[in-house]
Ligand binder design. Structure first.
Ligand SMILES: Nc1ncnc2c1ncn2[C@@H]1O[C@H](COP(=O)(O)OP(=O)(O)OP(=O)(O)O)[C@@H](O)[C@H]1O
Length: 233
């Protein structure tokens, strides 16, 4: 579904990604791991086209997307839950969701307002509240709901459980588990190794802008040396 080959990218003159390669099969959950500042968010930004790709290939469902601007990547079916959530502060919860709604043209859309209310009952209760009046957890739920409203083929989540209370984190992990059971393809960045290992099928580890390890979650769970070297656990 998504295949990244030897991707290089950076900001201005400064190169951040030197050689990132990974691939996600349809219906798979892949976790991108690595310590702070190693290039995880930069990888996601380069996939989405939010920053220029310098070299290498990014292929989505058989199409090269490495020259596409973000709106075209999104239209092909890549839904992003960005770091920091970035919801529209002056729109209501419902308006935030409707603003991004998009069908994929393959029969009835899986994700509608009703479906999002069912996944996150809390959002239904808060539907008329402005984005900037929500708690952090509610904002994160809204960011996920908003990405789902695009009916993505691939959902990308950047630190979706960061800075949330444990009970809200648990709710987000449970939602991701539900999405996985439904066959949603997911690429996620998260620092919580044990939760990642429970959810993800496969993991890729990056260090200073290079993929240094990839394998199944079970393999990473056993690879204590990799964990100690690259994840500082
Ligand atoms: N907008 C930017 N301009 C310049 N340099 C940046 C920018 N964003 C990130 N960087 C640099 O790129 C490197 C990789 O950052 P990135 O945010 O991709 O790391 P990360 O692995 O996602 O880490 P974190 O877990 O801290 O989010 C860091 O050295 C960072 O300082």
């Amino acid at each position: 579904m998504l295949k990244i080959d030897n991707l290089t990218a950076g900001y201005g003159q400064s190169q951040v990604l030197f050689d990132v390669s990974l691939s996600i099969e349809a219906g798979q959950v892949l976790a991108l791991m690595g310590r702070n500042g190693m290039g995880k968010t930069t990888t996601i930004s380069a996939v989405m086209g939010l920053i220029p790709r310098w070299g290498g290939g990014v292929n989505f469902n058989g199409r090269g997307i490495d020259r596409m601007p973000p709106h075209r990547v999104a239209r092909l079916g890549v839904g992003l839950v960005p770091e920091g959530r970035q919801i529209f502060p002056t729109l209501t919860v419902e308006e935030n969701l409707v603003a991004t709604a998009a069908a994929r043209g393959e029969g009835p859309a899986r994700w509608t307002l009703e479906a999002v209310w069912k996944l996150f009952p809390r959002l239904r209760e808060r539907r008329r509240n402005l984005g900037n009046r929500l708690s952090g957890g509610e904002q994160q739920m809204l960011a996920i709901g908003r990405a789902l409203m695009t009916n993505p083929r691939l959902l990308i989540l950047d630190e979706a459980t960061e800075g949330l209370a444990p009970v809200i984190r648990a709710e987000i992990w449970a939602v991701l588990e539900t999405l996985k059971r439904e066959g949603q393809s997911i690429l996620l960045v998260d620092k919580n190794l044990s939760a990642v290992l429970r959810l993800a099928d496969a993991c890729a580890v990056i260090e200073k802008g290079r993929t240094v390890w990839s394998g199944t979650s079970a393999e990473l769970g056993r690879a204590t040396e990799i964990q100690e070297t690259y994840l500082h656990i």
